[in-house]
Design a protein around this ligand. Sequence first.
Ligand code: PLP
Length: 283
Amino acid sequence: RIAYVNGLYVPHAEAGVHIEDRGFQFADGVYEVCEILNGHLVDETRHIDRLLRSLGELRMAMPMSRAALGVVMREVVRRNRVRDGVVYVQVTRGVARRDFLFPAGVAPTLVVTARSADRAKTEKTAETGISVITLPENRWERVDIKTVGLLPNCLAKEAAKAAGAREAWFVDRDGFITEGGSSNAWIVSATGLLITRPAEFGILRGITRTVTLEVARRLNLTVEERPFSREEAYAAVEAFGTSASLGVMPVVRIDGRVVGDGKPGRAARALRTEFHKVAEIAP
Ligand code: PLP
């Protein structure tokens, strides 16, 4: 495997950054994960747009033009011969003597990696659906920035695994679901409404979420962007999560309670199929 690190393509096993990198010291960095389908980068423009936004929110510099970044991403995908998988892009504030204050005149660190995913396995998972657990929200307020500071997400997903579930959904102090550890959360109400939390508050604006909203409208599904509670999720007829690496992923159990009839729902399955069609033909 080959990784890109600050201008060089290097063997993945030997790729590294300095111990004083602020990504390592302070989680002072941002990232993107972009799906690769049939060798094609899905929603590349939106991912790079969001990367620029994350960088801007942290007053961090972009190490190269977006066109150049696109070239590097493609080159990493090519050199790793990835047809289906993900490309990972990480930018940190760079290497400096450990000090809380932002260093002056330091070049950002850019790392790009790619790896293959087992698409057949993901499809199989989607056919049965996944289980989620809920946990109290304990992340900072700026989860709209895609930072590498993901320790609460790691802990939540570990707790999910220990409970035999695949994902954890965070619940805010008012009892509303925010999002998953690495996905956005959706439910379908008994009246057939698709419900997902507005992106303005307490969640990452997922690219898959945005595209799924567009796809839902095209399928004439009615969407309500509003917070929904854990109790509403328990009573939902369908639930699912969205993320670049898993697409639209049906949820069949929440905290051990069966959702609907315990099988992936109609809306989730239709959205998954349609999402893949769109992803494969998108520029
Ligand atoms: N929410 C969180 C916290 C995430 O980490 C992710 C993706 O990793 C998402 C939502 C889904 O975002 P996207 O669809 O852009 O992958």
